[in-house]
Design a protein around this ligand. Sequence first.
Ligand code: SF4
Length: 396
Amino acid sequence: TSSRPLSETTIVRRKTRPVRVGHVTIGGGHPVVVQSMINEDTLDVEGSVAAIIRLHKIGCEIVRVTVPSLAHAKALSEIKQKLVETYLAVPLAADVHHNGMKIALEVAKYVEKVRINPGLYVFEKPKPNRTEYTHAEFDDIGEKIRETLEPLVVSLRDQGKAMRIGVNHGSLAERMLFTYGDTPEGMVESALEFIRICESLDFRNLVISLKASRVPVMLTAYRLMVQRMNELGMDYPLHLGVTEAGDGEYGRIKSTAGIGTLLADGIGDTIRVSLTEAPEKEIPVCYSILQALGLRKTMVEYVACPSCGRTLFNLEEVLHKVREATKHLTGLDIAVMGCIVNGPGEMADADYGYVGKQPGYISLYRGKEEIKKVPESQGVEELINLIKADDRWVDP
Ligand code: SF4
């Protein structure tokens, strides 16, 4: 049998170039960045500022806002100003949903990153018979896109700001659709076309996304993108997300299936979980995915058995109590086990263990070492005392 040291189970991330977004860096080996988007109307300056601060305080490292009109772009100048004056310079990303360059150019003055959707750069009239585009037609439109995009690219380049080329499966441009079909290939080619325009203007501060609402589609698109970038010698970081994931348990599972699968393969430098819930609900999901994969450790890792007929105490209740008492600590692993049936190894190398010993009593462990047996009623208190004695406690 072959054995593999634990250190070799760490995810090896794809090498990407660092892309600066204000004081945050995406890619280049930096921790995977967590982002989300406020759902306030950007014209509501006070409301937007409050929402941005709320999100940032709970760990949203880049906050996105939508900019559907020039008035919204101008409102962002006020939002940015207020943030700088009253709070801090949270990196902002602006979603520009139109190919209206005026909006993008205006907003590029106030935010650190502009997101554009290549699918919205449409210059052609719909083809009546869904016929394919000739090479000449294809290139001609490509040239128009280039002319339109150039001022924004130059502006972002000269300001040292970033751009996300955010392709969505649901909004591919018609000419891509007819040429490559409604496929991951079409999504990838769409991104590559915009990357080439940026590169020709010596702008490489780019992050790429290829979101879809169906997990297998987004997985294939991102993997194909990585393959194509490798072939082309490109090293742009990727922004991962499953669009329209919905809400509740399934929304979280769907997001995790898509984002987590890619992260486990070393793909992805920033993530957004899109839930049909308050944006604040997205942030813990992001951090949980990253923590579960060992990519970021921002909270206590609880190891707990599922309980069974041998369980010596109410595991659900005790786990809840232990979590409430210790969740503010970071960097610790705490195991809560109903019994020690297969030895302390089952506690997965946790720093501390709370283990059923005999009816009414539990044992506290430091690593694999049993430290003391205490009545169950004092278990949580004694666990805290042990952590304090080791100088690993901080008050909440
Ligand atoms: Fe049951 Fe003990 Fe295993 Fe928990 S650790 S599931 S109580 S055998």
